[in-house]
Design a protein around this ligand. Sequence first.
Ligand code: NAD
Length: 249
Amino acid sequence: TKDFAGKVALVTGAASGIGEAVARQLATRGAKVVVADLKLDAAEKVVAAIKSDGGEAAAVAVDVAQADQVEKAVQFAVDTFGKLDLGVNNAGIGGAAAPLGDYTLEDWHKVIDVNLNSVFYSMKFEIAAMLQSGGGAIVNMASILGSVAFPNAPAYIAAKHGVVGMTKSAAMDYAKQGIRVTAVGPGFIDTPLLAALPKDDYDALASAHPIGRLGKSDEVAALTLFLLSDAASNITGSYHLVDGGYVAQ
Ligand code: NAD
């Protein structure tokens, strides 16, 4: 069904993994999608794939760690498709792996800029555009590490906990103006983000999930689209896991 027909969506980090799956599913269901990513060539490939499936999309280069670039990407969505209804703030990096005491200041600031400050910039400009179009819905891509810990990832865990908190805050501030804000917490998902892992670590991560495997980008996208859809009209300020039972154990 084309239940997103007439909606305009901005998806950051949409050239790969979870963001790409969200962009493709939104386009299949009728949304006009802005595929925003640091990597413009890869974003343009996703747009070409969406168009060859009969969907509507446009690519824009953005470094989500730069507020002025995020503002321009939101303006690009409005200029290209006339308004903004949906925002999926998904761009993110894993960052360096080290215990807190060994984490360099440079690595700390990099992860906080790309995974946390980016979500503030994105929501700030998306909300301004959504107020113009009478409302909207935002999904922030957090992680299971937005509520539980894992070794050697102090900045990532702080950032993702922060994304969950900022989601609640924005939801309070805009509930009466028709903007819903939620967060998604994926378990470990089989995307290029994990491709750098040695095979033993990859297998251990898979078996750390009660369902016995890593998640898939399309499974995260399915939850994200539900939260963006009108079926979720009473859902705001909440954080939703898609983690194969990881946090429950
Ligand atoms: P991915 O590496 O496959 O895709 C991330 C995309 O973001 C890439 O296309 C990359 O170019 C883009 N990107 C990176 N830095 C950027 C920047 N500064 N500005 C704009 N774009 C940038 O990763 P993924 O696994 O699909 O991750 C997507 C989101 O899901 C991230 O926020 C990640 O933290 C979160 N997440 C991933 C997992 C997992 O196991 N893969 C688990 C939980 C949460």
